[in-house]
Design a protein around this ligand. Structure first.
Ligand code: MN
Length: 168
């Protein structure tokens, strides 16, 4: 059972992870604004099934709860990543709040897709993906993906600060 308001999934084996400003602050352009904020502020939480250790690829699902907030003029956002296997896409279904799904491929082509309750975005596997909360309440969304997609966070993290975000 998914609680659409909190994003919490009630089920066997569900794992919760948290990312704080201390984990994510390097993404934001305004490092002076960051330094004025409590590094323990939670930016987002995920709730989902753990990755299988072996065997055939599994279809996985997880919710993300991205809290409202900003660092300087940039909205709170997720870390963002590429899939190592570009044939592996992902679905993104919004349950609560108001956000932007940011997509960018290696040619620099970008798409920005509005997220509101009920919106379903199908992300092609070649696009790096990140979500920003542009509202004043938690943004809750459900993603599904295949467990063998592979996650590359480093390439996105190496892009210049402030170059792939949403202003608020
Ligand atoms: Mn992904």
């Amino acid at each position: 059972m998914i609680d659409f308001a909190s994003g919490v999934i009630d089920g066997p084996g569900i794992v919760t992870a948290r990312r704080t400003l201390a984990d994510l602050g390097g993404l934001f352009a305004d490092q002076a604004a960051l330094a004025a904020l409590d590094p323990n502020i939670v930016v987002y939480e995920t709730h989902g099934y753990p990755e299988p250790e072996s065997g055939s690829p599994a279809l996985l699902a997880a919710t993300t709860v991205l809290y409202p907030g900003r660092v300087g003029g940039e909205a709170f956002m997720t870390r963002g990543h590429f899939h190592v296997d570009p044939t592996r896409g992902e679905s993104c279904f919004t349950l609560r709040g108001s956000g932007v799904l940011l997509l960018r491929d290696r040619s620099g082509a970008e798409q920005r897709i509005a997220m509101e309750p009920g919106s379903l975005a199908m992300i092609e596997g070649r696009f790096a993906h990140r979500v920003a909360n542009v509202g004043d309440e938690p943004l809750v969304f459900l993603v599904t993906w295949l467990s063998d997609c592979g996650h590359d966070y480093a390439e996105v993290a190496a892009w210049p600060r402030g170059s792939w975000s949403v202003g608020v």
